[in-house]
Design a protein around this ligand. Structure first.
Ligand SMILES: [Zn+2]
Length: 372
């Protein structure tokens, strides 16, 4: 079995120290594979004077030349023949430049094992049927965005009695319909089956705020969950803290913040991060994170702000071994009350690059259009 497959089938998803050697081996395999199969990647490594043989020990991981996520928005790089890609996903569902990433069989297998292991750990898998309220896009052939696929994927962890979407697909394109979701939430609060809400925080917040203003407060059945994914970036302008958000959810839907789960992932780094009960994104065994100084790009110690560099050997089809985001973050190594001892990532947001339009920003645009 390859080291990568061993890593992605590791039983306990947060045993970081125990998997350091395995992680290094998987990265050695991965970097070598991309070097030998992607001429673009080989050229980048050659230009930086790095050869896969230079990756000897764990501390060498920081030397792997990282590729900026912006690069994937402008170039398509595959390390396997395109016909072997089973799924293609893009980074943005609405507007802006998109990264096109493809997954072959081995990459998908690892992703699936990772998702199952994490969802089992965080007790997200249930056999009890639920009603899904999805604050996101209804799947459609014309929408290849990864967020739509992962949001739909989340509705598979418990049997679905129903799926209702905020953005309904019509002949004229996507239409925002929150009124229908409010009625459904009122109805489901009387049901004996739990509700699972999932989707963009922006839409979820907007819906909760409207319900509060209209005096609609319900108590969703026991076992109801709210999961959030797709970024908080749009909240910087609104100055909404996560705490305010959780309090609003409790007031309007009766969902305690222990039942609010946040996900974080990126097309260019498809590792899933799930927050713990203290709402921290602990680093799972499948990845390692290096925070780098904004100017020198040298690694900084835990607790200091810098650019987030994400490493994973998950994907064989695209050279995603080490990617550099344009987000600032902090890696914390202080003890977390949840008991997980792997460090956790605090995402502070985007460095002031104006021309980046994310799907979250797209969501904000659609909301403003609706308000006008
Ligand atoms: Zn924790």
């Amino acid at each position: 079995m390859s080291a990568a497959n061993k890593l992605f089938t590791w039983k306990k998803p947060y045993e970081l120290k125990k998997t350091d050697t395995l992680f290094l081996q998987a990265m050695q395999e991965n970097v070598r594979h991309h070097y030998e199969n992607s001429p673009d990647y080989a050229r980048i490594l050659d230009e930086k004077g790095f050869h896969p043989d230079d990756l000897r020990e764990y501390d060498d991981l920081r030397k792997i030349p990282f590729i900026p996520t912006l690069y994937f928005k402008r170039h398509t790089m595959f390390s396997v023949p395109e016909k072997r890609l089973l799924i293609k996903a893009t980074s943005s569902g609405t507007s802006g430049r998109r990264s096109l990433i493809g997954f072959n069989g081995s990459s998908l297998y690892r992703g699936l094992r990772m998702v199952l292991s994490l969802c089992k750990y965080h007790r997200l898998i249930s056999l009890k049927p639920v009603h899904y309220i999805i604050l996101g896009y209804e799947p459609a052939r014309s929408n290849p965005s990864a967020i739509t696929k992962t949001t739909f994927g989340q509705t598979l962890f418990a049997p679905a009695l129903s799926r209702d979407y905020a953005l309904k697909y019509t002949k004229e394109g996507y239409k925002l319909d929150l009124e229908d979701l409010k009625q459904k939430l009122i109805r489901f609060s009387q049901s004996k089956y739990p509700v699972r809400m999932t989707g963009f925080p922006a839409y979820t917040y907007f819906l909760l705020k409207q319900m509060k203003e209209e005096g609609i407060c319900v108590k969703l059945p026991k076992g109801s969950l709210m999961s959030l994914g797709g970024g908080w970036k749009q909240f910087y302008a609104e100055k909404i803290t996560k705490q305010d958000f959780y309090e609003l959810a409790e007031e309007v839907l009766g969902i305690d913040d222990q039942y609010t789960v946040e996900f974080f992932s990126a097309v260019e780094h498809p590792v899933l991060y799930v927050d713990c009960r203290c709402h921290h994104f602990h680093v799972p065994v499948y990845s390692r994170i290096i925070i780098r100084d904004v100017d020198s790009l040298e690694p900084v110690p835990a607790g200091q702000v810098g650019l987030i560099n994400l490493l994973t050997p998950m994907v064989d089809s695209v050279p995603l071994a080490s990617v550099m985001t344009d987000d600032l973050g902090i890696l914390h190594d202080e003890k977390c009350p949840c008991g997980v001892d792997s460090p956790w990532l605090e995402i502070l947001g985007r460095v002031g690059i104006k021309d980046i339009v994310t799907c979250a920003a797209g969501a904000q645009e659609m909301l403003s259009a609706k308000e006008r």
